[in-house]
Design a protein around this ligand. Structure first.
Ligand code: KG4
Ligand code: ZN
Length: 383
């Protein structure tokens, strides 16, 4: 495992905003020294979704153990760290409190800096943490970490697609975002999760639906492509979810839940989400180009859990090539929630000269990246 430049360039990251308790150690120059993720999926499976109270209790019981493993694997003591960073929002408040209090305790007892990280900023900046070899990451060998920001300079266009968010943003640096579009109702990940539930799939819905779609015909069912070919960069996915439900009730359930029909519906849903993301992203890429006309090789970055979907990644990569953008997505294992991205966001903040946070930071259940963005038509405020 690569040695850090000096012991004091290591940052401990902590992520507890949803249903993963995660801790990781990343150096300021982008070497991942450990990456521990304890999923709570088994605790939530019996309820058919993430239950905030259950999540908070599970974070509390897991956090010490997960941090201990991250430190052991990094082969570091707390006194070797230069900073500790924890997700400070947005997310389920019980979990965010657990991570925040833990990070503050470590910071104050070790006399090191504390960073409260916006979870969305973690996703937004991950792709700058190099072309980590996804196979190396999956196999647990992290030696190939390293940093190659040459590919993605600020500013770049980001599509953030997760379970709670679907946003297009110009990323000018840590703490500096301009939102082009967001969802007017459900997030893309919700469309996957809710459709998976309708199809009777187990948690986690998105990956299970992707696996089922492999054997399906994407043209079998004509599902809506919300806002397709309309101007602007906002999204809408709730109509798609309703269409999946009616199709299932009318065309599949009465025929005895035929597995092939279910695979066809999964494939049809996946392609509808992909086309919808492509259509809205195309408008954003063009807006970005007119906002930054001097950029010779602008980058299009996709991040968040839904970016783990291979069809969606491929369609977005093709779009980027057509529009003259460089395409980057984090390796699959760093698209879904993890603590590497939280430690890395702190490294980016330090590199940009941004100050650490005070120990009286109050967790923020809602925390928009671009606080000045006006809400999309027809809906209220979303983080
Ligand atoms: O970023 P993430 O781990 O957590 C949030 O911050 O929300 O994203 C989780 C979301 C879930 O909705 C999950 O179903 C979706 O990402 N997801 C996928 C895939 N892997 C995760 N959706 C489609 N295909 C996948 N392979
Ligand atoms: Zn996330």
């Amino acid at each position: 495992m690569a040695e850090p430049k000096s012991p004091s360039d290591a940052i401990l990251g902590i992520e507890t905003s949803c249903d993963e308790t995660a801790a990781a150690v990343v150096t300021r120059d982008g070497v991942i020294r450990s990456n521990i993720i304890a999923s709570q999926i088994d605790d939530h499976r019996q309820h058919g979704g993430v239950v905030p109270e259950v999540a908070a209790r599970a974070h509390l019981s897991q956090i010490d153990h997960v941090i201990r493993r991250a430190m052991d694997e990094a082969d570091l003591k707390f006194s070797d760290l230069c900073a500790v960073a924890a997700t400070g929002g947005p997310g389920l408040i019980g979990g965010v409190l657990v991570g925040t209090v833990t990070a503050k305790a470590i910071a104050s007892s070790c006399g090191i800096d504390y960073f409260a990280i916006n979870h969305l900023e973690g996703h937004a900046l991950t792709a700058r943490l190099t072309a980590l070899d996804p196979d190396a990451l999956d196999s647990g060998s992290l030696d190939q970490g390293g940093i190659d920001q040459g590919g993605i300079a600020y500013p770049y266009l980001l599509l953030l697609v997760s379970g709670g968010h679907t946003q297009l943003l110009a990323v000018a640096g840590p703490g500096s975002y301009r939102r082009y579009g967001t969802t007017m109702d459900d997030a893309a990940g919700e469309a996957f999760d809710k459709s998976a539930k309708i199809l009777g799939l187990d948690l986690p819905g998105g990956p299970k639906l992707e696996a089922l779609a492999k054997d399906g015909n994407p043209k079998a069912y004509d599902l809506p492509r919300p806002l397709m070919h309309k101007p602007g960069c906002h999204f809408s996915f709730s109509g798609l979810k309703t269409a999946v439900l009616t199709t299932y009730q009318q065309a599949i359930a009465p025929h005895g839940d035929d597995p092939q029909q279910k695979a066809d519906l999964a494939a049809s849903l996946q392609v509808a989400v992909a086309e919808s993301l492509v259509s809205r992203s195309r408008n954003a890429l063009r807006q970005f180009k007119s906002d930054y006309p001097d950029m010779t090789s602008p980058a299009f970055v996709v991040a968040g859990g839904v970016a783990a979907n291979r069809l969606i990644r491929q369609n977005l990569e093709d779009l980027a090539a057509r529009e003259g953008f460089l395409f980057k997505a984090p390796p699959i294992g760093l698209c879904t929630d993890n603590a590497v991205m939280i430690a890395w966001a702190a490294a980016e903040r330090m590199a940009a000269g941004l100050a650490p946070d005070a120990l009286d930071f109050a967790p923020r259940p809602r925390w928009p990246l671009d606080p000045d963005a006006s809400p999309p038509p027809g809906r209220g405020v979303r983080p």
